[in-house]
Design a protein around this ligand. Structure first.
Ligand code: MG
Ligand code: MG
Length: 253
């Protein structure tokens, strides 16, 4: 699980190296797919079926601005001031990695950078609660409470998940909840925690492609995800943003 997830972190760093105005999300996914395969893994998202059995077409989900998750990569150049959420999955030696990061393209408005920072902080607050003996409601509450205290919306229709030999396993891991409620966390459980947070309304619209999801008010959304293993006292984060942060340096929001 660690190896697969570290590879996702390194793949997202490869993507981070090239994100700038003028680059297309199709270029990003090609770089990611080649890097994943060069490292002996499979890009799990490519060909992954939705509820209608329609396969996802690419190695990355690239969701720009008001797109929340599951955006198809395309040939539209990224513009100065955009944000792009990049979600990546790998299958390595029979185990799955899954992690996501929202990047700034050029100069991004301060209020949008704040959305990214609060969302990423909420992920770590959720991870702090993901310890043996706690419940998933403790994790969801921590994320929801932090984001809503900043006036943001917490997406309900899409949630995190158990992960292991399959990318999506039980239990569902909501980004909202009540303390003391929900699935009991036990040592050795691996879960993907992935807050999807909106600047305005939390309500969503699905695109005609049957995959992409955007905010109903077209205000921006952020998405950060780590895969973690539950232990007593403190979770182990199996994925990593360190490789990304090495690339971004002080360009980080
Ligand atoms: Mg993901
Ligand atoms: Mg996930």
């Amino acid at each position: 699980m660690y190896e697969a997830n570290q590879l996702v972190g390194k793949t997202l760093a490869e993507v981070a190296k090239v994100i700038k105005p003028g680059v297309t999300t199709n270029q990003l996914t090609r770089i990611a797919e080649e890097f994943i395969r060069d490292n002996g893994a499979e890009p799990t998202f490519k060909g992954y079926p939705n509820q209608d059995g329609d396969p996802f077409p690419a190695a990355l989900c690239t969701s720009v601005n008001e797109m929340v998750v599951h955006g198809f990569p395309n040939d539209i150049p990224l513009k100065d001031g955009d944000i792009v959420s990049v979600d990546c999955g790998t299958l390595l030696n029979g185990f799955n990695g899954d992690s996501a990061y929202t990047f700034c393209v050029g100069e991004v408005a301060p209020e949008t950078r704040e959305l990214l920072k609060v969302t990423r902080d909420s992920l770590y607050l959720g991870i702090e609660k993901a310890v043996a003996g706690n419940r998933l409601g403790d994790v969801g509450f921590a994320i929801q409470n932090h984001c809503e205290s900043h006036g943001y919306g917490v997406v309900r229709e899409f949630v995190g998940h158990g992960i292991g030999r399959d990318m999506h396993e039980d239990p569902a891991v909501p980004n909202y909840g009540r303390r003391g409620n929900g699935t009991l966390l036990k040592k050795g459980m691996c879960i993907a925690i992935e807050p999807m947070i909106t600047m305005g309304s939390r309500h969503l619209v699905m695109e005609n492609d049957g995959w992409g999801v955007r905010t109903i008010d077209r205000k921006p959304a952020a998405h950060f995800e780590h895969t973690i293993a539950v232990y007593a006292g403190k979770a182990r984060i199996l994925s990593s943003f360190d490789y990304i942060h090495e690339v971004l340096g002080d360009r980080e929001f």
